[in-house]
Design a protein around this ligand. Structure first.
Ligand code: GUN
Ligand code: FE
Length: 426
């Protein structure tokens, strides 16, 4: 049976980087989980269809988080005194070890999924841990939430504590295949994504196995790239034959091209690396809050955009403290302003329409036709209430959007839809 409904409100979405499409008191039509279109008047074909009047609320596409670590949700807001490698060793790895315990995993993942469900995020690419049973608990909970996500059982077989290191590359590969087959049977909107943690955690043999698995099952890949200077030096020592960090993945076919890939951070990418990312269509997950908290640096996002590289935003929980992607939009702009002033670069800071694009259609492209209200896009939508700030109708939609970014802690997400499914209305 056909399912169709209409949302009426102040509509804002993006078709191209840097521009906003806005319509006050417009009609957004959802048909069978997809956007039919945005209209000033209800078209003749849809007369009589149910209209949900959102008043002066803003209606925008759901936000996309291209990079977050679910098991780190339990320690967010703590332990920001160290840089990446020491932070992993001292705080992160010991926390992830705990997910061997399924009671702990169920409890902590439950809190994470609850929070994500009521956030502005409709889609996310998520790291779990090496543990298959705990990863499936997380996926079960995400499936029940109605969100659309890609989740990775993490692969790591070196340079970590013994209880967070898989026995060997072969075992890691076998467990990964079983996990992929199992979750393909069990879940519809919670998809597996191959997740070699980062080069220091992954032996050549493991990466070779993962490529075979990637090809056999047609899987996407997520990992970390050029986040921290010390990390990059270490990768050079571990892989002297690689031309640059990203080449250490590309040598195994795990860096875009025939294999859809997200690389998180990309703070210190060199010229050759940027060119390879561009050639291979690698997606960048820009995680500005994490880059500040871990003193990693400021990613050259303007360069990526000018090169035509796909960029989305990531919270990087728990390098970042919040799952709120409006906050990531704010931090992306602020970081770009600091970069311009500190580096004396000629690069213009990021704008609200640019970060809005990254948070919606930019990151959404990793999921397909996602992140816009153009016809045929998945109907992922948020209804945002700013009435408590007073007289929303007196401001332009673009000014209100800016305020949603900067006052991100005061935002009320009134309703959320994913693929036309109502996740909540409150
Ligand atoms: N690089 C490898 N693992 C991690 C992680 O858990 N967080 C961040 N920010 N970077 C990483
Ligand atoms: Fe990360």
């Amino acid at each position: 049976m056909e399912s169709i409904f209409i949302l009426k409100g102040d509509i804002c979405y993006s078709k191209r980087l840097g521009e906003l499409q806005t319509m006050e008191q417009g009609y957004l039509v959802c048909r069978n989980g997809c956007v039919e279109g945005v209209y000033e008047e209800i078209p003749a074909d849809f007369q009589g269809v149910e209209v949900k009047d959102c008043g002066r609320s803003l209606i925008i596409p759901g936000l996309v988080d291209l990079h977050m670590h679910a098991p780190q949700y339990s320690f967010r807001g703590m332990h920001m005194d160290l840089e990446l490698l020491e932070w992993l060793e001292r705080y992160t790895f010991p926390e992830e070890v705990k997910y061997k315990d399924l009671g702990y995993a169920r409890d902590m993942y439950g809190k994470f999924v609850d929070r994500l469900t009521y956030s502005a995020t409709t889609r996310a690419c998520i790291f779990a841990t090496i543990h298959v049973p705990a990863t499936e608990i997380l996926m079960e909970q995400l499936e029940a939430s109605g969100l659309c996500t890609m989740v990775g059982k993490v692969n790591m077989d070196r340079n970590a504590p013994a209880d967070l290191t898989e026995e060997n590359a072969q075992v890691s590969g076998e467990e990964t295949v079983e996990w992929v087959l199992d979750c393909r049977k069990r879940f519809q909107r919670t998809k597996p994504i191959l997740t070699p943690r980062f080069i220091p955690s992954c032996s050549d043999e493991m990466l070779e196995n993962l490529k075979k698995i990637q090809m056999r099952y047609g899987l996407p890949v997520q990992s970390h790239l050029s986040e921290n200077v010390e990390e990059i030096v270490w990768v050079k020592e571990l892989c002297p034959e690689a031309e640059f960090y990203g080449d250490a993945y590309d040598r195994f076919g795990l860096f875009g091209a025939d294999c859809p890939t997200i690389m998180a951070h990309c703070v210190h990418c060199e010229e050759q690396e940027i060119q390879r990312m561009k050639e291979n269509g690698v997606f960048v997950a820009h995680c500005p809050e994490s880059n500040m908290n871990l003193a990693s640096g400021i990613a050259p996002v303007r360069t990526y955009l000018e090169e035509g590289i796909a960029v989305g935003l990531g919270s990087d929980i728990a390098g970042g403290t919040t799952e709120n992607i409006f906050s990531a939009m704010m931090h992306a702009i602020q970081a770009s302003k600091l970069r311009q002033s500190l580096m004396k670069e000629n690069a213009a800071p990021l704008t609200i329409p640019e970060v809005f694009y990254m948070a919606t259609k930019g990151g959404g492209a990793f999921f397909g036709r996602v992140g816009s209200f153009e016809s045929g896009y998945a109907f992922d939508a948020l209804v945002l209430d700013d009435s408590r700030l007073g007289e929303p109708e007196k401001h332009s939609i673009s000014d209100r959007l800016e305020r949603f970014v900067y006052l991100n802690q005061e935002i009320d997400v009134k309703a959320k839809y994913v693929e036309g499914r109502e996740i909540f209305w409150r």
